[in-house]
Design a protein around this ligand. Structure first.
Ligand SMILES: *Cc1c(COP(=O)(O)O)cnc(C)c1O
Length: 383
């Protein structure tokens, strides 16, 4: 048999597979993969069970069930004062991951350049490769991880088609500021670019930071593919219910690609997520407060252990610099860590093209129960 397609080159298996296997083999506390160890609200779980019993087990409509599309519209209105038509401007997807892949397939021609903020969420590189695009990184540099708008401007060429933005940003925890978002808007409008914006951590923003969707800026409505997901907001990362909002043309294009990836999914989860999106502010404030205090517990603990901690403004993750502990390479450090201490973390370097920028950085997930975070910190004292 002849070999696999070139587009798979460099994709390999994800770092999460390697590190989660190490975690199991060594009995480690796994702060590698970003999934919560507490399931979402009881009402959400019960609604999905009830939906299965009530017969929501066959193909739902291609764009998602009407109550969920309406709930997404209501959510965008309630939190951001954005208005959408549920019939033409909303698409339910198999998680944000499928939305990202479908959006890239919908807008990227072979050879087009896609500018993305690195370190990247790991599916971006694959999605760009599957679409035949060329990945152009803009590096968010520690310790501030701010977006350099001059660098972004300089990266735009006549082949640039898409800006792939992620805010709040995994893994750096950066939440793009109004100034940065305006800068992105200005460049997108000037160069007539499509902007795909992954906002799955929209509700997980701490202190006095604020998430502002790119779609709220003048000039963005017709060129923005906005992507959300229930996974992170409601602690159900295995449910894979995501969504796209945008202009009717944008949503139709993404739907055209999506319908031949999975067609549809998650029948019993869709009504449950529809109800969850309408939960009161106490739910959304509560998840934010819980995660903020877990961030502080882990950030303070890692700092006490001698790491240089880059305290995140949002997401599930803290990044640290390991050099104060006498280490220089995150991959070497993370491969030894489970054996030496019984804790698993992820080397941020694997999410960069520009490896040097990420070499001494390690990512820790804090979306775990406090007792587990405490246990990890106790184990790390062996360092
Ligand atoms: C978790 C995550 C996703 C995936 O979301 P799903 O809804 O589970 O597919 C997408 N983007 C970022 C940045 C993430 O961290």
């Amino acid at each position: 048999m002849r070999g696999h397609a070139e587009r798979l080159n460099g994709l390999g298996t994800t770092i999460f597979a390697e590190m989660s296997a190490l975690a199991v083999a060594t009995g480690s506390v796994n702060l590698g993969q970003g999934f919560p160890d507490t399931d979402g609200p009881d009402s959400l779980l019960e609604d999905a069970i009830a939906a299965i019993r009530a017969g929501a087990n066959q193909y739902p409509p291609g764009r998602g069930i009407a109550p969920l599309r309406q709930a997404i519209v209501d959510h965008q209105k309630r939190f951001y004062d954005l208005s959408y038509d549920p019939d033409t401007q909303v698409l339910v997807t198999t998680g944000a991951t499928e939305a990202i892949a479908a959006a890239l397939l919908a807008f990227v021609e072979p050879g087009d350049e896609v500018i993305a903020l690195e370190p990247y969420y790991d599916s971006y590189a694959a999605g760009i490769a599957f679409a035949g695009g060329r990945r152009i990184p803009i590096t968010l540099r520690a310790p501030s991880y701010r977006l350099d708008l001059d660098e972004l401007r300089a990266a735009i060429t006549p082949r640039t088609k898409v800006l792939l933005i992620n805010t709040p940003h995994n893994p750096t925890g950066t939440v793009l500021t109004d100034l940065e978002l305006r800068g992105i808007r200005d460049l997108a409008v000037e160069h007539d670019l499509v902007v795909i914006t992954d906002e799955v951590y929209e509700h997980l923003v701490y202190d006095d930071h604020r998430h502002i969707p790119l779609a709220t800026y003048d000039g963005m409505a017709g060129r923005t593919v906005s992507i959300g997901s229930a996974g992170k907001t409601f602690s159900v990362t295995g449910w894979k219910i995501g969504w796209v909002t945008g202009s009717p043309d944008v949503v139709t294009a993404v739907t055209t690609a999506k319908q031949f990836l999975t067609y549809v999914s998650g029948s019993p989860f869709q009504p449950a997520v529809a109800n969850a999106l309408a939960l009161g502010n106490d739910y959304f404030d509560g998840i934010r407060a819980t995660l903020q205090s877990r961030r502080d517990l882990l950030a303070n603990g890692l700092s006490d252990l001698g790491f240089e901690v880059h305290r995140p403004a949002g997401t599930y993750f803290i990044t640290t610099d390991i050099r104060p502990l006498g280490h220089t390479d995150g991959i070497d450090f993370c491969r030894l860590l489970p054996e030496r201490t019984g804790v698993v973390a992820i080397p941020t370097q694997v999410f960069y093209d520009n490896k040097e920028a990420g070499r001494p950085l390690v990512r820790w997930a804090f979306c775990k129960q406090e007792a587990l975070l405490q246990e990890a910190l106790t184990r790390l004292q062996k360092l």
